[in-house]
Design a protein around this ligand. Structure first.
Ligand SMILES: Nc1ncnc2c1ncn2[C@@H]1O[C@H](COP(=O)(O)OP(=O)(O)O)[C@@H](O)[C@H]1O
Ligand SMILES: O=P(O)(O)OC[C@H]1O[C@](O)(COP(=O)(O)O)[C@@H](O)[C@@H]1O
Ligand SMILES: [Mg+2]
Length: 533
């Protein structure tokens, strides 16, 4: 079996990060160099980036769009014809759609690709490309034979209802599909609940509400039972809206469907306010959540500005990735310090948080701190009675860093520094994700939903849709689940935040401290940043 594979591994000050540098071809029997020993890779829960798996002739020809240029790699998505080669195709009914009547180029060429890397150095490889999303000339389903279903899983996020609405309307208005089922209560709803019929009328105004019309859940992703159910109900298009865990479940469903040789297209629509899904530019609802977070930060600022020595702490969501805290801080300008999971911080001593807060209190008489819920968990665990609890999906349950920080500030300033401080702790967690999506997220959700519909109708399967460098693309699900998007301290976006708040970077101390830690502790800290796959 031939694999085309490329990656590199680098060690950054506070975390181990993985990135791709080159494209190499070798046989699966080729052993990895000792540096890439499988033990080491497993420890990082990392699967190498298998760019093109040429195990099927058909997939192979589609993957080699530009075979002369070795540095131009197309990461194609699976297609139903990969395992159902005799599947019949039909002209796309969009040809006759009034919506597309005057569009110059209705269909996207299968050779149109979106580059993952758009900043290149002279002579460097052009890197990985994904098929551009959009309607295709041929479809592999007759509209009247489509029975589609939609399921929503994982935590809430602004815009889920908009995506549901636009899948239903897209299928119906663009392709004339009217057999669309809602699976209620997440993955387990496939085998434990009745379905709900969805029509453009029944979903007409759901985008104005937060949450999900279909309800959601964690846990219960029993692939065999789910696929049995898909088969029993005669479903042939499955739209799965959810985060990293959900996409892993979707990949397992797609694989089981392929194993059984079913004509069922599986499309994933990435959802999470944490913005931790790899490859895509940004997840839907993220902007809305950042906007909503401003209200909490404003409230904290007003409170602490109106008293002497006011210390405001705002805890925002972000289990392993601090994107919400980072963007909310950058947007606000009222935040003095932002703490995220990717950047361990320390309280005492020179360059520590206490020193910084005292300095800001002297200068301004108030200070606002934004902390992502996943920040400093290793320190909180040292002082709080912690039991390693997990939710139904296996996600680690977090300790309350906001409360811990509040107590630490009180102890330090009143007992040690003999200062009176006015502490206000705001925890708006669920408020930022339980709202309807804003205008720009609504537009984004519409594009995602319509692209997913075009992709499924065109016979693609096992794919996720999303913007890559602002262009919507079809991405193999396996690609978006192999790593997690985190704030890279070595990138300029974190530097921009430090430059904006002028807060301590804690980096020097981290380096020194990491040197002192034993390997198990370093692994424990790192494992909080890299989820298991
Ligand atoms: N590795 C996995 N394989 C199959 N299903 C998974 C996996 N991880 C999570 N799931 C399922 O995906 C759903 C949502 O996962 P969860 O982690 O709660 O949220 P999210 O998808 O938003 O990350 C749950 O039903 C869970 O059981
Ligand atoms: O309390 P719940 O519903 O499990 O959700 C809490 C978690 O959900 C999140 O919003 C992320 O959810 P997802 O994994 O579904 O994207 C985290 O920020 C937060 O820790
Ligand atoms: Mg998740």
């Amino acid at each position: 079996m031939d694999l085309s594979i490329s990656y590199s591994l680098s060690k950054s000050p506070s975390s181990l990060s993985l990135s791709r540098i080159t494209h190499t071809s070798f046989s699966s029997r080729t052993s990895l160099t000792p540096f890439f020993s499988s033990k080491f890779i497993n420890k990082l829960s990392y699967r190498p980036l298998v760019l093109v798996k040429k195990h099927q002739a058909r997939a192979q020809s589609r993957n080699e769009i530009d075979s002369q240029d070795d540095a131009f790699i197309v990461d194609n998505v699976p297609h139903l014809t990969d395992f159902l080669p005799d599947l019949q195709s039909y002209p796309n009914p969009l040809k006759k759609s009034p919506a597309y009547a005057i569009v110059k180029k209705t269909f996207v060429s299968p050779e149109d690709v979106v580059a993952q890397k758009i900043v290149l150095q002279k002579g460097s490889s052009r890197g990985v490309h994904f098929p551009r999303a959009g309607p295709r000339e041929k479809v592999y389903f007759k509209s009247e034979e489509v029975r589609a279903c939609i399921v929503t899983c994982g935590g809430l996020c602004p815009g889920i209802n908009t995506v549901i609405r636009e899948i239903v309307c897209g299928l119906n208005f663009m392709y004339g599909v009217d057999d669309i089922l809602g699976i209620e209560g997440g993955y387990k709803g496939f085998y434990s609940k009745n379905t709900k019929k969805l029509t453009p009328k029944s979903v007409d105004d759901i985008h104005k509400r937060g949450g999900t019309l279909l309800q959601t859940s964690r846990g219960g992703s029993d692939t065999i039972k789910i696929v049995d159910n898909i088969q029993d109900r005669g479903i042939n298009q499955v739209y799965i809206i959810g985060g990293d865990g959900t996409q892993r479940g979707a990949n397992a469903i797609y694989k089981e469907v392929e194993k059984r040789g079913l004509q069922v297209a599986v499309a994933g629509i990435p959802k999470t306010i944490d913005n931790d899904i790899a490859v895509i530019d940004k997840s839907f609802g993220f902007d809305t959540a950042v906007e909503e977070a401003q209200r909490a930060i404003n409230a904290a600022h007003v409170e602490v500005e109106s008293v002497e020595n006011g210390v405001g702490i705002v805890k925002l969501m972000g289990r392993y990735s601090g994107f919400i805290a980072l963007y909310a801080t950058l947007a606000s300008r009222d935040v003095d310090c932002c703490l995220i999971p990717e950047s361990p911080f320390y309280l005492e001593g020179q360059g520590g948080l206490f020193e910084f807060v005292e300095q800001r209190l002297k200068e301004n008489s108030h200070v606002v701190i934004v902390v992502a819920e996943g920040a400093g968990q290793e320190f909180v665990a040292q002082t709080m009675q912690s039991i390693d609890e997990k939710d139904a999906s296996g996600n680690r349950l977090l300790l309350d860093v906001g409360q811990w920080l509040t107590q630490k500030f009180k102890d330090h300033f009143t007992k040690v520094r003999k200062m009176t401080i006015n502490l206000k702790y705001i925890d708006p967690t669920y408020m930022i994700r339980a709202v309807p999506s804003n205008a720009s997220d609504n537009i984004y959700c519409t594009l995602l939903a319509q692209s997913a519909v075009h992709g499924a109708m065109a016979g693609y399967t096992g794919f996720t849709v999303g913007p890559v460098n602002s262009r919507h693309a079809y991405i193999p699900i396996s690609r978006v689940t192999e790593t997690q998007n985190v704030v890279k301290l070595t990138d300029r976006s974190w530097a921009r935040l430090l430059a904006s708040t002028n807060q301590p970077s804690f980096v020097q101390h981290n380096d020194v401290e990491r040197e002192k830690l034993d390997q198990d502790t370093i692994d424990a800290i790192d494992s909080m940043r890299i989820t298991s796959i």
